[in-house]
Ligand binder design. Structure first.
Ligand code: 6FA
Length: 683
């Protein structure tokens, strides 16, 4: 046998679910253009699922063509738990085959009758119930109350935790993931870093391996887009492109209350704690810069100005500059190496990792505490607030809405999904206390399109495929020695922006990011893989498309309406921006566009781009700030209809910021936490 062999064993379905048990032989390894690929059968892996509701073009033909899937996602699976001996497996497979035959013949003979449980089965059931009762009554009943409970340690949560504890409040910080940087107790590192305290999360040059690892424990497995579930959230695993916010990021025109417009004092606080760098290597030099030179040559033909981008955050039309990062001393820093480090040292702050908040516990509008998955922290996992205490949710654009739905806050259709869940439903407040708010609506993310080029000067750095297992020895040694060299950069090398008018009279900004390597190449051209580079073009501030996120029956957080190109004018503008950019490719000697190639027009390329590929992981807006009736939080970041529940994370940002957002989120958090502290009635 060589190819896969599928044996149908058992199929069941009801009104909502469909289950197919089958045996798949020869399915662990399969050939690809770059050599065989395998399922990591002894480790943790991230399989994908996909479906289409459109039939194949000719159901009678096994070779039939079919449309690409309508949706897809990822989920985590520990394959190592699924091992049995060959002999046991053979027995199991044979049993299922016989059972399938028996069911088939039974169904032919008589109507289905339910078998009553035997005496022994009833006894086991009772014992199980007894065990559940005993184990729940064993939970710790000495829960400690806190002034502030902060949920999540991403770009928003760490700033909030630091400033609240600095103000002397008694703070509990809850994070569902574990440590990331070496300085926080993280230990996950490639063999070449053994003997150092540097982890995957510390080393900027390992950024691309976040997407190539067989043990990606940092991704949230119950969110079907990329999201970091680890100390630092997205800032532990992202590309760390870091932009000081322009005024437009907090403008009334972009949906902010007027009281937020003067962001400068808060942005200044952020800059003082975490200055940006566009030369992250500790020796002050820039490395692997061919892509920057080639892209600059292209943009120079179009009258772009070469600037230090963070020196003039408001200048975003026809400018380019070196990529700027939130790295310090050649290592990932962001809020983890800064705000977290000061917060964790304060005796009035308690940090609890590997703890998931399921819902807030409330009596009508008053929040009494949070319910977690850890029953050692309090009865039924509940941690209370002090009498005037407050909860600040900072669980991210997907994590925060889910906590709200599970607390009876949001659209009724989402809360009803929770109600039907056997574990989460009973924790909901009575229906009379549900709070109807547009949680999950008004969501945006930059639509992004990759353009792949080759240029003879470009060093694609083996497309980052070797940096984990077999880095170039001199580069690895240089980085270990003093955190200088190529490994001190994440992959981007140059960024640019321009403003563009749309036929609706609105201005939209186009951002570009250039880097060595490519996520995928589709071309009819012969090309030299060691010379590939990518320019990602995104549409940012000004986009009018909006989507909706929510939860499904498994309580997985996911897009319900994808937010890219719901307004066709966004797509028109991005296509025009790409065409403008490409006009001068022929004027840069040696530069060749290979994806799309000359068999595909730009319009076709964008129109047929896989929707998942448009995702930039820059989600905002799911709990927007704004006026009562159309928003989720007020100008103090307090959730409407509650007395003491606040949100400070990407979800409250009403429109997509100008650049990759973690700088704007941290500046927002500086201002948000100042407002929370200033609002009377708190502890
Ligand atoms: N932003 C940038 O500015 N520059 C970039 O280069 C950049 N790149 C990426 C990127 O490459 C990827 C793959 C991703 C996923 C994002 C990128 N972003 C980039 C976006 C940026 O990281 C996010 O916008 C930013 O981190 C969002 O900050 P928030 O504070 O809103 O949310 P986080 O997701 O960072 O943190 C949420 C935290 O809550 C996590 O630590 C999570 O574990 C925790 N949490 C969630 N639910 C929880 C629960 N129920 N209980 C306890 N903890 C929970």
């Amino acid at each position: 046998m060589s190819g896969p062999v599928l044996t149908d064993l058992h199929t069941t379905f009801n009104a909502t679910h469909w289950k197919w048990v089958y045996r798949c032989q020869n399915c662990i390894t399969w050939p690809t253009e770059t050599g065989p690929k395998s399922i990591p059968i002894s480790e943790f892996g991230v399989p994908a699922w996909a479906y289409s509701s459109v039939a194949v073009n000719d159901p009678t033909d096994p070779q039939s063509t079919f449309n690409e899937h309508t949706d897809f996602g990822f989920f985590g699976l520990d394959y190592s738990l699924a091992h049995v001996s060959d002999a046991l497996y053979a027995v199991w497979a044979q049993w299922w085959a016989q059972e399938a035959a028996r069911r088939h013949s039974r169904r032919q003979r008589r109507p289905l009758r339910r078998r009553l449980p035997s005496r022994k089965e009833r006894l086991i059931g009772l014992l199980f119930l007894f065990f559940l009762l005993v184990s729940s009554s064993n939970s710790n009943s000495k829960a400690i109350p806190y002034d502030y409970i902060v949920v999540g340690t991403g770009a928003g949560g760490l700033v909030v935790a630091d400033r609240l504890s600095e103000a002397g409040k008694k703070v509990l910080v809850l994070e569902r993931g574990g440590p990331s940087l070496g300085s926080t107790g993280g230990t996950y590192q490639p063999a070449w870093l053994q003997g150092t305290s540097l982890t995957k999360f510390d080393v900027p040059g390992l950024f691309e391996t976040m997407f190539q690892d067989s043990n990606p424990f940092w991704w949230c497995k119950d969110i079907n887009v990329f999201a970091g579930c680890i100390l630092g959230g997205g800032t532990a695993i992202n590309g760390a492109l870091y932009w000081y916010p322009p005024d437009s990021d907090f403008s009334v025109a972009n949906g902010w209350p007027r009281s937020w417009a003067n962001h400068h004092p808060y942005t200044a606080k952020l800059k003082a704690r975490l200055p940006a760098t566009d030369h992250p290597s500790t020796d002050g030099k820039r490395y692997l810069m061919q892509v920057a030179d080639v892209t600059a040559a292209l943009l120079n033909k179009q009258n772009y100005a070469n600037i230090t981008i963070n020196d003039v955050p408001d200048w975003k039309d026809h400018v380019y500059g070196y990529s700027a990062f939130s790295f310090i001393n050649g290592k990932r820093a962001g809020p983890i190496a800064t705000y977290y480090q000061t917060a964790i040292k304060r005796p009035n702050l308690t940090y609890q990792q590997y703890t998931t908040v399921l819902n807030v516990v409330r009596d009508g509008s008053k929040i009494l505490g949070v319910r977690t998955n850890d029953t050692s922290l309090g009865p039924d996992g509940v941690i209370p607030l002090t009498p005037k205490g407050r909860v600040v949710l900072a669980a991210g654009a997907y994590g925060t809405p889910r906590i709200l739905f599970r607390s009876g806050i949001g659209p009724t259709d989402m809360i009803n999904i929770v109600k039907n869940d056997p574990a989460a439903g009973p924790a909901l407040p009575p229906e009379s206390q549900w709070i109807d708010l547009p949680v999950g609506e008004n969501v945006s993310d930059n639509p992004s399109i990759n353009l792949v080029f080759t240029h003879p000067s470009v060093d694609a750095y083996e497309n980052w495929a070797q940096v984990w297992t077999a880095p170039r020895p001199a580069d690895a040694a240089q980085y270990i020695k003093d955190q200088s060299g190529i490994f001190a950069h994440a992959s981007p090398r140059l960024n640019f922006w321009r403003a563009m008018g749309g036929r609706d009279g609105k201005t939209r900004w186009l951002q570009g990011t250039a880097r060595p390597g490519a996520a995928s190449v589709t071309t009819s051209y012969p090309y030299n893989v060691s010379n590939i580079m990518t320019i990602t073009t995104y549409l940012s501030t000004g986009i009018t498309s909006r989507g909706r996120i929510g939860i499904d029956a498994a309580l997985t957080a996911r897009p319900l309406v994808e937010p890219w190109f719901t307004d066709p004018i966004d797509k028109e503008v991005l296509i025009r921006g790409i065409k403008d950019l490409l006009v001068n490719v022929k004027d840069v000697p040696g530069l060749t566009l290979i994806t799309p190639d000359n068999t595909t027009t730009i319009d076709d390329y964008v129109n047929s781009y896989p929707t998942g590929g448009l995702n930039s992981n820059h989600w905002v807006g799911s709990c927007s700030i704004g006026a009562k009736g159309s928003a989720v939080v007020d100008e103090w970041t307090k959730v409407y209809g509650t007395d003491n529940l606040f949100i400070i994370d990407a979800s409250i940002i009403p429109t997509i910021p100008m650049g990759n957002p973690h700088g704007t989120i941290m500046a927002m958090a500086e201002q948000g936490v100042a407002k929370v502290l200033a609002l009377s009635g708190g502890p």
